[in-house]
Design a protein around this ligand. Structure first.
Ligand SMILES: Nc1nc2c(ncn2[C@@H]2O[C@H](COP(=O)(O)OP(=O)(O)OP(=O)(O)O)[C@@H](O)[C@H]2O)c(=O)[nH]1
Ligand SMILES: [Mg+2]
Length: 390
């Protein structure tokens, strides 16, 4: 899970490590050799003549990455902004990251990275994030955070310099993922009864399956659960949910196919109130985020039922499309959080970061298989540990 992103993040860490070695080795015209007191890179990092991270090398990657990016047409600004293939060399600014500052830092066993040092590695990191399904604005925001964190600062050389890059990355990603944290279990425990939760998303992302998984989870926690068959649109949808309800021994409220989903969910809430049930899980039909009428129907559900939580369900393997979907669903009915399904498939990890950033709401659970038990509470720390193998 998330292997690809993990690999790319490691590449960035190594690139910064090498860059720091180059800087601390002080190339021509730079700060000069390290004083004897300063011990640079640890022995575990051999000082082979590492090739410089040259932005021009990224130029070939740039075109490759641009081709791979379905979002490239939406984001035409990306390529020209990049420092690859500079027409004229950028002016050297003797500001706080100048030669003297670097030299002074080196005497203390520290290194100062300039924007120029970082431009190659950061460019490659941005490409890597894009290839891992992190959306462009999100990747840009991560890059900006890391750049601000790493440039002009005195970083100790005495421990692995790669850690510095990793810390900056971890920080940038966790800021996005820790947005408006919502502890689902705590919410259900403390909220007035019944807790009404609707599930929305495009077709086939796993809404119905996720409802069944959550119903099982809530039942195990001894809550009384009611399921609302709010997908009155797709043939067979009511029967599909009913099979789950029967297997789980959970009450399901349904109307006929074609009925108003808001009315079905409303009835389920009434049933829960009359029968002292704790939680109502409301299914809805999958719909394209571009279908205005169906998005209006979601708004109606919002007005009539006023769900306590609206959960956006999408696939962990969703590419850049997920961003646009998340944005439009969130515009129609503000989502409280996201559940990412199919994380057991070859998920790159970027969707979690992108969707959290776009909606400004946390990832709540991951679907990790097709069984009822295959639902994992999303924890930022766990995700970061996986990405960085800490
Ligand atoms: N591998 C895997 N498959 C999943 C997961 N969650 C759902 N699925 C599968 O995805 C397919 C679609 O799931 P549904 O729950 O029917 O999706 P839906 O969003 O309700 O679909 P519509 O009602 O058509 O919009 C089914 O074959 C599920 O078994 C998951 O976490 N991992
Ligand atoms: Mg469904």
């Amino acid at each position: 899970m998330f292997e690809k992103l993990k690999e790319k993040l490691n590449d960035f860490k190594k690139a910064i490590d090498e860059k720091v070695k180059t800087v601390s080795g002080a190339g021509p015209g730079e700060a000069g050799a390290l004083p004897e007191t300063a011990q640079p890179a640890p022995a575990s990092q051999p000082q082979e003549a590492a090739p410089e991270q040259q932005p021009p090398a990224a130029a070939t990657q740039q075109s490759a990455a641009t081709q791979q990016q379905p979002g490239a047409t939406q984001q035409p600004a990306a390529a020209p902004q990049h420092p690859a293939a500079p027409a004229t060399p950028p002016e050297r600014k003797p500001e706080k990251t100048g030669v003297l500052n670097r030299a002074l830092a080196l005497t203390r066993g520290e290194v100062v990275l300039t924007e120029k040092d970082l431009e190659g590695p950061l460019w490659e990191l941005e490409m890597a994030l894009l290839e891992s399904d992190v959306a462009l604005p999100v990747a840009e925001s991560i890059i900006a955070t890391i750049k601000a964190d790493l440039t002009g600062q005195h970083k100790k050389l005495l421990h692995s310099t790669g850690d510095v890059a990793q810390d900056a990355l971890v920080d940038a990603i966790s800021k996005i993922l820790n947005v408006n944290t919502l502890d689902f279990d705590e919410y259900v425990r403390n909220h007035a009864r019944p807790v009404v939760i609707s599930f929305i998303g495009v077709n086939g992302t796993g809404k119905t399956t996720t409802i069944a998984k959550l119903a099982e989870r809530l039942k195990e926690q001894k809550y009384g659960v009611v399921i609302a068959a709010g997908d009155t649109f797709r043939a067979g949808a009511i029967e599909q949910l009913e099979r789950h309800a029967d297997r789980l021994g959970v009450k399901m409220i349904k109307h006929q196919q074609g009925a108003d989903p808001a009315a079905v969910i409303y009835d389920a809430v009434q049933y829960a109130k009359n029968n002292k049930k704790d939680v109502v899980l409301a299914d809805t039909a999958g719909r394209l985020h571009t279908n205005v009428n169906l998005m209006e129907q979601l708004k109606k559900i919002g007005r009539v039922v006023r769900p306590d939580l609206t959960i956006f369900v999408d696939e962990a393997i969703a590419g850049n499309d997920a961003v646009e979907r998340a944005r439009l669903f969130n515009d129609a009915v503000p989502v409280s959080g996201t559940i990412l399904t199919k994380a057991d498939a070859d998920a790159k990890g970027g969707a979690a970061i992108s969707i959290a950033h776009i909606t400004g709401k946390p990832i709540l659970f991951l679907g990790v298989g097709q069984e009822y038990k295959d639902l994992k509470k999303f924890e930022t720390q766990w995700f970061l540990d996986r990405l960085f193998e800490r």
